[in-house]
Design a protein around this ligand. Structure first.
Ligand SMILES: Nc1ncnc2c1ncn2[C@@H]1O[C@H](COP(=O)(O)OP(=O)(O)O)[C@@H](O)[C@H]1O
Ligand SMILES: [Mg+2]
Length: 349
């Protein structure tokens, strides 16, 4: 009642002042006209003036406050829900206004922070795209220009330079198609084709695909619970992309003689697929940004193994399109663990 009590206090003090001065004036006039009215009538006059001015001041102040509150609510773009509380002076109007304005300020601050973050993200993204595309374009350009300036009779030299130019153009193609894929997810243009399939079978297929890479990197990939079937309901091709990227990352970014373990856990409604390695790990400060486009934790190593930094961003988009979750945890010099959920295929159970 703070708002109303200050309204009442102001009205009372002002009315007392008005009543006091009017009665004094009335008293002086009465004195001048030789005591025609007795003292009792002065009291009645005082209270009548006090009462009338109190009602008047209170009404005028309330109207003024209401007008101001209306402007505040118009400014903050919120409907004024308590007209009649203001008019009937019930409830704590000032506190409600204070709370609504504070809530509005907090929301606005949050929006500003988010917009700034998006703006920063957009600027970084444009910078990253230009940088990533520039490198293979410049390289290919360099090889072709060298060829043009050289002796075109030398077939081996020509073949090797054309090969280098071609591999840079291939890299360009990979980056652009990854970017297009992300953009399709972000604008909701990807239709998932969900069906029931055995996730263990798919994991084995992906492991076979990366067998040579694993041998090259001297990394052992092992899937646990492989004798069971785990039917999930998802888009098989997309989940294959997820597995390809996470498994190839844990091979590529592993140490020599490293290990990659894949486990499946039963979470009642879902299965959780966990891919862990005992590689170099990722520093904690990189983890929150790991799924961003072009983000690489270990830039020099990522470049060496030919990463674009777009893989995990695609993975996250795929998992989110399935309304599932993905998590990463990592300890430097101990290893990294990615885990994601997939809903069970109900018809088969
Ligand atoms: N298992 C892992 N161990 C260590 N670092 C990893 C692992 N997986 C991903 N990373 C880091 O995350 C970055 C982003 O991965 P990703 O988006 O797949 O890009 P890319 O594989 O093209 O480099 C990688 O560059 C690497 O630094
Ligand atoms: Mg990758």
């Amino acid at each position: 009642m703070r708002g109303n009590s200050s309204l009442n206090t102001i009205s009372i003090y002002t009315s007392i002042a008005v009543a006091f001065f009017s009665t004094a004036f009335f008293f002086v006039v009465n004195e001048l006209f030789e005591h025609q009215i007795n003292i009792f009538a002065h009291f009645i006059f005082f209270f009548a003036i006090f009462f009338c001015s109190f009602i008047l001041f209170r009404y005028v102040l309330k109207q003024l406050i209401y007008d101001k509150i209306k402007i505040i609510y118009k400014t903050i773009g919120k409907p004024l829900k308590f007209q009649h509380e203001v008019k009937s002076s019930k409830g704590n109007i000032m506190l409600t206004v204070e709370r609504d304005v504070a809530e509005w300020a907090i929301n606005k601050n949050k929006q500003i922070r988010e917009l700034r973050k998006l703006e920063q993200y957009r600027k970084e993204f444009v910078g990253n795209v230009s940088h990533e595309l520039k490198t293979p374009i410049f390289n290919a350009q360099g090889y072709i220009e060298t060829l043009l300036d050289s002796n075109l009779e030398d077939k081996d030299f020509m073949k090797s330079y054309l090969g280098k130019a071609a591999s840079n153009i291939d890299r360009l193609e990979v980056i652009v198609s990854d970017l297009l894929e992300i953009s399709k997810f972000e604008t909701g243009r990807i239709q998932l084709e969900k069906d029931g399939f055995d996730i263990v079978k798919l994991i084995k297929k992906v492991i076979a695909q990366y067998q040579f890479l694993a041998e090259d990197c001297k990394v052992k990939v092992k899937v646990f619970n492989h004798e069971n079937e785990f039917f999930v309901f998802a888009d098989e091709k997309r989940i294959m992309q997820v597995l390809e990227n996470i498994i190839s990352n844990s091979i590529k970014y592993n140490n020599e003689n490293g290990k990659v373990d894949i486990r499946i856990y039963d979470l009642d409604e879902q299965y959780m697929i966990e891919i862990s390695d005992n590689g170099p790990g990722i520093a904690e400060e990189h983890l929150p940004r790991l799924f961003e486009r072009f983000y690489r934790a270990d830039k020099s190593r990522a470049r060496k193994v030919g990463g674009t930094g777009l893989g995990l961003s695609i993975v996250k988009n795929i998992i989110e399109a399935h309304e599932e979750t993905i998590n990463v945890s990592s300890t430097l010099n101990e290893g990294t663990m990615f885990s994601f959920t997939l809903h069970k295929y109900r018809e088969r159970l």
